[in-house]
Design a protein around this ligand. Structure first.
Ligand code: MG
Ligand code: MG
Length: 255
């Protein structure tokens, strides 16, 4: 079931998305060499609390998960792709960090993720983050009325392929609205002109996750949550919540 949102609902989702963007900015602002992942979670949590927003991550337990998620952000470092749990791990010079955050405000949800480096960056990591950003931008550009989900998927997949990056096949974007994960699924690769038709009022979380080693395979860590690259290569993950409107894609998770 896919809900077509009114303009008023999109404005409400924009406010939830703004809280997400502020929480992500707060997490990135405290991230530095020697800072723990838990401190990033604390920074994001303070923003949600201040805004009166709930967390769709905290306590979330999808079918694959052995335990409820214990934090308001995912922190995925280096070879971790997505779903990393904020622990006492202290960031090291040159780490690549992806932070994913959601917020619920006035009954509506936002979901976004950023990737960045800490300390002195490796050029390869900056290139990976850039490719992931380009994949997201291409996906957003395809999120227009008259297109189909497959056009978004294809646009993302082409950028990943050109960058010689792999992507975990079982994970991708999703519909979003009153809840974080709604229909339709938004795969990170696909065939143009196929899949669910895009129309104004549809809201999607678009989220390429690129693995620099080029393989699509991944492994699940012992915590049952963290997805890691199978070859130890580094990964990046960037996400926005986007609305399809009559005048083009509207990104809801900007500051
Ligand atoms: Mg997310
Ligand atoms: Mg998402």
């Amino acid at each position: 079931m896919v809900e077509v949102k009114t303009d008023a609902a999109l404005d409400a989702m924009r406010e939830a998305g703004r809280v997400v963007a502020r929480a992500l900015a707060a997490a990135q602002a405290v991230a530095d060499v020697g800072v723990s992942l838990r401190e990033l979670d604390d920074a994001a949590r303070a923003v949600l609390t201040e805004a009166g927003a709930g967390s769709p991550f905290l306590g979330y337990r999808p079918p694959f998960a052995p335990t409820p998620f214990p934090a308001v952000i995912c922190t995925s470092v280096n070879d971790a792709v997505v779903h990393g749990i904020p622990t006492d791990y202290r960031l090291r010079d040159g780490d690549l960090v992806s932070v994913d955050c959601g917020a619920e405000l006035d009954g509506w949800t936002g979901d976004a993720a950023i990737s960045f480096t800490v300390g002195t960056p490796r050029q390869a990591d900056l290139d990976l983050i850039d490719a992931t950003r380009q994949a997201l931008d291409a996906g957003i550009a395809a999120a227009v009325a008259g297109n189909r989900i497959g056009d978004i998927s294809h646009a993302i997949g082409q950028v990943a392929r050109d960058a010689r990056c792999g992507m975990p096949a079982d994970f991708g974007g999703h519909g979003i609205g009153r809840r974080m994960h709604e229909d339709p699924h938004v795969p990170n690769r696909g065939r143009p002109g196929r899949g669910f038709p895009l129309r104004p009022g549809l809201t999607l979380a678009i989220e390429p996750m690129l693995m620099s080693g080029g393989k699509d395979a991944y492994v699940t860590a012992a915590d049952g949550w963290t997805l890691r690259t199978v070859d130890g290569s580094r990964a990046a993950h960037i996400e926005h919540t986007v609305a399809i409107t009559a005048t083009g894609p509207r990104v809801l998770t900007l500051l």
